[in-house]
Write a protein that binds this ligand. Structure first.
Ligand SMILES: NC(=O)c1ccc[n+]([C@@H]2O[C@H](COP(=O)([O-])OP(=O)(O)OC[C@H]3O[C@@H](n4cnc5c(N)ncnc54)[C@H](OP(=O)(O)O)[C@@H]3O)[C@@H](O)[C@H]2O)c1
Length: 448
């Protein structure tokens, strides 16, 4: 039995029973980094660390399935920034996460391996479920969210993102989604939107759920109608979904991008107010140690020119390069919602602008199951669109990650795992037509 046989059985519409009776191959192809290479970039500048050299595609053994887990044939996955971090071993090699998980239990011990299969997104078909799984069965078509929690831990039973040992699948756990198979907890599964192809369905869960929590959920900004939101990286992964949430929620997005092409993409999406940060030439840091308040003011003035006021919410993730400006430009009483620090995590801002104008900074990290489920439902209802712009085969995962590392992309980079070509997996063509091919594929047309 090979992974090709598994694909053929799925593609030929095999029933759940057929798939349940299918023998599972002993190994599968996966994108991974190697423990023995975790020092390979020592002394190399971040920018020069090349994911194409550290991400390998190799055959690995299929792990044993725990009672609360599902074995999923991954048809497609996507690149997230965390795979870039893993592949450049920054800020720390992820093997330390695997070793920590390895100490937790017999099942945790499976993860502490000489290799780390990466990837925190996926769409595919359930092949097997553990004995304790109730709601999912062989043959179910699913998307996978990346909140990996221990549901026997009491701290995971309010907002599960507050769980003491909350992890991100494929980043802080092994057996990630950039592979032909994955092993996930059953509580990571969600129904695959029927009108989308495998790669369109696979690119959403991580970024879409993150933006949902940051903007829509009461755990985040709880955005209300009419609010203005400054969105950094507005045509990127989380930014592309953030724009949609603000538009859907009756708010006014002000998108920041770095090229006229990206600005045009946002306009086509319905974002009227766009700032090209490159064309404007903002230099928020005068030198490595000093920020330039005049540049913050210039950005604030630009936003006022566009929308006539200051944004109530700033969707912040670039971190060190932009945080000073974000705190400055937020409206009196406004909220800076942060989930990342791509350009550096030692943040500086002028606290006077925060407290004197009663602003707040709030943090967010991925999403709990309920939030991820709601965000997935909005995709399934055609209210939020995938922001897939390019698609790569599994053996070019490194190339795809390189593009994200060097900001050469828009939206999301998809990766075909078992699916041999784009466009497979669409089950509900009528609904697809209703949502609109052009609407669904806006980013893909730009990425061609
Ligand atoms: N905590 C979480 O749960 C979570 C979830 C998802 C992502 N993240 C993090 O969020 C960040 C963004 O993720 P993503 O998937 O959206 O990445 P992405 O697709 O690379 O998009 C990020 C965008 O930010 C903009 N940007 C990059 N550096 C910047 C800088 N110095 N100043 C201003 N803008 C800059 C770029 O847009 P322009 O060049 O067009 O301006 C880029 O397209 C990453 O650090 C990621 O790890 C966190």
């Amino acid at each position: 039995m090979s992974m090709q046989d598994v694909f053929d059985a799925i593609q030929s519409g095999g029933s759940g029973d057929d798939l349940a009776n299918l023998a599972i191959p002993e190994s599968y192809r996966a994108a991974l980094v190697k423990r023995e290479e975790q020092e390979m970039w020592e002394g190399v500048d971040s920018h020069e660390k090349d994911p194409r050299k550290s991400l390998h595609i190799e055959e690995v053994p299929v792990p044993e399935l725990a009672p609360d887990e599902a074995l999923v044939a991954v048809m497609a996955s996507s690149i997230n920034f965390n795979t870039v971090w893993t592949s450049i071993f920054e800020p720390l090699p992820t093997f330390m996460f695997l070793d920590r998980l390895g100490k937790e239990s017999r099942w945790g011990a499976r993860h502490a391996l000489p290799y780390h299969v990466v990837g925190s997104d996926g769409a595919g078909v359930v092949l097997r479920t553990g004995d304790a799984v109730r709601s999912w069965h062989s043959g179910d078509k699913v998307t996978i969210h990346c909140n990996y929690i221990d549901d026997q831990d009491p701290s995971s039973h309010d907002d599960s993102m507050l769980a003491a040992n909350q992890r991100i699948w494929g980043f802080e756990s092994n057996f990630g989604g950039l592979a032909e198979l994955t092993v996930v907890k059953a509580n990571q599964l969600m129904p695959k939107p029927a009108h989308l192809s495998w790669e369109e369905a696979a690119c959403n869960a991580l970024c879409n759920s993150t933006s949902y929590r940051m903007l829509v959920s009461p755990n985040g900004a709880g955005m209300t109608q009419g609010q203005a939101v400054l969105i950094w990286g507005a045509s990127g992964g989380i930014g592309g979904y953030a724009c949609q949430y603000v538009l859907n929620g009756g708010g006014t997005p002000v998108g920041v991008v770095s090229s006229p092409e990206k600005a045009a993409l946002l306009n086509e999406m319905g974002v009227e107010h766009v700032i090209d940060r490159k064309a404007e030439g903002y230099q928020f840091w005068a030198d490595e140690h000093t920020q330039d308040e005049a540049e913050w003011r210039r950005l604030g003035k630009k936003i006022r020119e566009l929308i006539g006021r200051d944004p109530e919410i700033v969707f912040e993730h670039p971190g060190r390069q932009t945080m000073g400006a974000s705190v400055f430009v937020a409206a009196r009483g406004g909220l800076i919602m942060t989930c990342a620090a791509t350009s550096g995590y030692n943040i500086e801002y002028d606290n006077r602008h925060l407290w004197m104008k009663l602003k707040s900074i709030k943090s967010s990290h991925f999403a709990n199951y309920r939030e991820a489920w709601e965000a997935n439902r909005l995709i399934a209802e055609g209210r939020i669109q995938p922001v897939l712009s390019q698609v790569f085969p599994l053996d070019q995962t490194g190339e795809a990650a390189y593009n994200v590392h060097h900001n050469l992309h828009e939206g999301k980079m998809g990766v075909l795992c078992l699916a041999p070509e784009e466009g497979l997996g669409i089950d509900d063509r009528d609904f697809r037509e209703q949502v609109g091919e052009g609407t669904i594929t806006l980013f893909r047309r730009h990425g061609l």
